[in-house]
Design a protein around this ligand. Structure first.
Ligand SMILES: [Zn+2]
Length: 589
């Protein structure tokens, strides 16, 4: 058994998840539910199954075993997850297992590739071919020191540099790194060509991805990022987080900007608590990381959104605002005057001026009412109501009831609407909504097939019965959930201990959803009866298949008779006779 399996055996997923999520047991069963930590929700759709040692969110489809959960919620690499859990629960970790499992080796290799690539890119920036890139940096006010601190670089325009110089890592690993891609005609080429390169680090400061900015006008894609890899998950990493976190803890705030250059520009002025989103949606992992740092001291702290002050920037602000409020964060919005981006503003007006803007950044609802005011005619009652309607959805995201009411009062004053209208709208909106039951993807499936799956999940004996039965019956190929039965049986092959996770790994998304839905359903199958019940299900299923076949034959015979094809009809009638006279195979079992 490798260390990961050993660790899994010693941990109870309910205990581990409970450190992050308030779980409630459902009845006396093995199912626990709570609010999903990976997406925002008001009614729980996050389930943990102590029997399967598996978690599943029916809202956002997050799912996995205890290791996956910790990896996902802490945004760690796999080896980091093992180390963290081993330390947290005082489980001795054999020295060799830190390195010798294939997964750790792969991760170590990928990290080396990124480190080597960063060095190569930095070298390129210093050579003659780097003059254009150096000029660009100069024009953006990035000094040599800052470029070195951020390890900015240049990717070679030829598209073969990494492929050649990092050859020793082997093609498969290079492709897994995302820095090299396979060419249709054969061979490989570098993903980033002739771009200004920004290394993206994980929270520990290791390079795990790159962002590349086009330097030439003919490059249609202005920013190109590393794809998702074993190291890099876009939705959980923020650019500059490893540098920003110290200052964020100290100052209880984090400045959130859109681009690399903004983060670098602001950081260089000494406001080090700045991170960039790198052009993705703000994911739960990113928000959690920010929340953790800004609430380090006082449990409070706030986020300052500082996006471009154009229309696109305003849309981003609105979008991220809702997400952040829904996660219970305090938010201010810094709007740069003059329609320029933060980096340009610092260039033109200096760090002191930016500092002043930062200190006076208004709370988000001031920004919201301001932008609503600009959009509607505030001289009319309709305009004022429309403006309020625009703000309402964001206001509803504020968790704290008292805070929500206070803000509502203030907004009413600012918009010149009667308080009663505002509070009334909030009340009717925040009335408990009918609980949205997780959509059951398995609802259309034949009940006997579902029950059979539940039996197989409940006991090893039931799985043995099914294996034995299906080996001598043709029924399997006609079952709707064939893929699931095969995966469940295959998960146990070669004497491996059965696990729901292994079975799921063998399935495509739709069947994964069906299997987890059945696995998490209120099941009445007791372990000791599962084998008998499984056999009953199999017999019923086979009988039903037989019946379907008979019905089909009868229909064909009628059609043939109607068409006057008597010979063919007689042939099928003989077939029908044999089928009805001979007992089905299941009865001989
Ligand atoms: Zn979820």
């Amino acid at each position: 058994m490798n260390f990961a399996e050993e660790l899994k055996n010693q941990l109870n997923i309910v205990d581990v998840v409970s450190q992050y999520v308030r779980l409630k047991r459902q009845g006396a069963g093995q199912r626990w539910v709570g609010l999903c930590p990976f997406h925002s929700e008001k009614t729980p759709s996050f389930g943990v199954h102590s029997g399967h040692q598996y978690y599943k969110c029916f809202g956002c489809d997050a799912a996995g075993d205890v290791l996956k959960f910790v990896q996902q919620i802490e945004s760690l690499t796999f080896p980091e997850t093992l180390r963290t859990l081993a330390e947290r629960y005082g489980i001795a970790m054999p020295e060799r297992s830190r390195f010798d499992d294939p997964e750790s080796q792969k991760v170590a290799g990928l990290l080396e590739i990124h480190e080597a690539a960063a060095t190569i890119f930095q070298e390129n920036l210093r050579t003659d071919s780097g003059s254009e890139a150096r000029q660009y940096l100069q024009s953006r006010g990035v000094s040599g020191d800052v470029a070195r601190e951020f390890r900015l670089g240049l990717s070679d325009a030829g598209g073969q540099q990494l492929t050649q110089r990092l050859k020793k890592y082997g093609e498969p690993l290079l492709i897994d790194s995302g820095l090299v891609a396979r060419r249709e005609a054969g061979g490989t080429f570098d993903r980033f060509r002739g771009r200004l390169m920004f290394p993206i680090h994980d929270a520990m400061g290791k390079i795990i991805a790159f962002g590349g900015r086009a330097l030439r006008a003919e490059d249609k894609v202005k920013y190109l990022n590393s794809p998702e890899t074993r190291l890099y998950s876009k939705s959980s990493v923020l650019f500059n987080m490893h540098r920003a976190k110290v200052a964020a803890r100290k100052n209880c705030r984090m400045i959130l900007v859109e681009g690399y250059m903004d983060a670098i520009g602001i950081f260089s002025t000494g406001r080090e608590e700045v991170v960039a989103i790198c052009g993705t949606a703000l994911g739960p992992g990113q928000i959690r990381a920010v929340k953790q740092e800004i609430s380090y001291q006082s449990g409070k702290g706030h986020v300052i959104l500082n996006f471009d002050s154009d229309a696109a920037g305003a849309r981003s602000t609105e979008k991220y605002l809702s997400t952040l409020l829904a996660q219970g964060l305090r938010v201010k919005v810094l709007e740069i005057p003059g329609g320029i981006d933060p980096d340009e503003y610092i260039q033109q007006h200096g760090a002191g001026a930016y500092d002043k803007l930062l200190e006076h950044a208004p709370s988000y609802f001031h920004w919201l009412t301001d932008s609503a005011r600009k959009r509607f005619d505030m001289h009319t009652a309709e305009g004022r109501i429309d403006a309020f309607k625009l703000i309402l959805p964001t206001l509803e995201q504020v968790h704290d009831k008292m805070e929500r009411a206070a803000i509502a009062t203030e907004i009413a004053e600012q918009l010149g609407i009667e308080r009663e209208i505002v509070h009334g709208a909030l009340r009717s909106k925040s009335a408990p909504q009918p609980s949205t039951r997780p959509r059951d993807v398995s609802s259309g499936v034949a009940p006997n097939e579902k029950l059979l799956v539940a039996c197989m999940l409940a006991s090893a004996e039931a799985r043995a019965v099914v294996r034995h039965y299906l080996a001598r019956s043709q029924a399997l190929e006609q079952l709707e959930l064939r893929a699931i039965f095969e995966a469940l049986l295959a998960a146990e092959e070669n004497g491996a201990p059965f696990s729901l996770g292994d079975a799921l790994a063998k399935l495509e998304t739709h069947f994964q959803q069906v299997l987890t839905a059945i696995g998490f359903a209120e099941s009445s199958v007791a372990e000791e009866q599962a084998a008998d019940q499984a056999l009953d299900c199999l017999r019923l299923l086979e009988a039903k298949l037989q019946q379907t076949k008979l019905d089909q034959l009868k229909r064909q015979i009628r059609e043939l008779e109607a068409q006057g094809k008597i010979q063919d009809a007689i042939r099928l009638m003989n077939e029908l006779d044999t089928l009805t006279r001979r007992p089905s195979k299941s009865e001989s079992l």
